[in-house]
Write a protein that binds this ligand. Structure first.
Ligand code: 13P
Ligand code: SF4
Length: 300
């Protein structure tokens, strides 16, 4: 039987939903029930009636789905798909930085482990980081782990004092200001849409900065016909699908190998054998849920 048909059949038998991030392989995005940015995926995971969630993306996303659905089966077709940024800040490091700044709130990017989330006051994604920090009564905020996203939030909220951690995304860090300048020279009419995980000096060259969902929305609504896309290349699939008459240029270096691990074969295998289940320590999941729930309640 055709692999796509078999996946669809097994999905129906098991009352499963397939969630995929905007960076996944094109064929994975096409078979998914829902494709989105980290925030939309977390919301979708918290609202679904499906009994089984198949998460195509990286581990912190699948862990997030399990944290908000402790009673459901959450499967990862590729359990070794780990976001390198997520391991750049440990719970102990958060405890230590908090002890030096006892009045500060700790805001943690969802690109972090479940254990690190237990030490955060509230989570954020790239879509809502500015709103999350702005919503807090504290003037001083410890922002972990992404220094670039933290710097972007600081630029939008000068009244807050942000204490940064030194985490980063290797994929977005690879896009240098010189690369952006060069591509702008080749395509002077193009609008530059960038992700806030990029370096601040590269973001200075952007016309628009947003999450992957924000970039997709901007490309749809803009009157421009050409775009330079400063984020992981997987997003180009949806950009072209949704805007067939527009041109998109991206950066060869901007590939996240972890986001490319999941393919149709691993999804089929995952549904057939119900593996690999995301299993979290109960007390860790419970404590991590507080910071995730606070973010989801903000909805912005
Ligand atoms: P968003 O889709 O939330 O913008 O996240 C980007 C990312 O790098 C996820 O790992
Ligand atoms: Fe992590 Fe960067 Fe890959 Fe996103 S693109 S999963 S932040 S390494």
């Amino acid at each position: 039987m055709d692999i796509r048909k078999e996946i669809t059949q097994l999905k129906a038998e098991k009352n499963a939903i397939i969630l995929a991030h905007n960076y996944c392989l094109p064929e994975v995005q096409d078979i998914a029930d829902f494709v989105g940015d980290s925030l939309a995926l977390a919301i979708k995971a918290s609202e679904t009636d499906a009994e089984v969630i198949v998460f195509c993306g990286v581990r912190f996303m699948a862990e997030g789905a399990k944290i908000v659905n402790p009673e459901k089966t959450v499967l990862m077709p590729e359990p070794d798909a780990l976001c390198p940024m997520a391991s750049m800040c440990s719970p102990d490091q958060i405890i230590s930085i908090r002890s030096g700044n006892p009045d500060a709130a700790v805001v943690g990017y969802v690109n972090s482990t479940a254990a690190a989330k237990t030490e955060m006051d509230i989570c954020c994604t790239s879509a809502n980081a500015v709103n999350v920090v702005d919503s807090l009564p504290q003037d001083v905020v410890i922002f972990v782990p992404d220094a670039n996203l933290g710097a972007y939030v600081q630029s939008k909220l000068p009244a807050k004092r942000i204490i940064f951690w030194d985490g980063y995304c290797p994929t977005h860090q690879a896009i240098t200001p010189a690369m952006v300048r060069n591509l702008k020279e080749v395509h002077p009419q193009a609008e530059v849409l960038m992700h806030p995980e990029c370096r601040p000096q590269a973001l200075e060259l952007a016309d628009f900065i947003g999450s992957t969902a924000g970039i997709l929305e901007r490309a749809r609504s803009s009157s421009a016909q050409e775009f330079i896309i400063g984020t992981e290349r997987g997003i180009i699939h949806r950009l072209r699908q949704e805007n067939p008459a527009k041109e998109f240029y991206d950066f060869e270096v901007a590939i996240c190998p972890m986001m490319k691990m999941t393919d149709l074969t691993s999804i089929l295998d995952c549904l057939r054998h119900e593996r690999t289940k995301v299993v979290l320590d109960e007390s860790v999941a419970k404590r991590a849920r507080t910071s995730l729930d606070r973010m989801l309640q903000l909805k912005g």
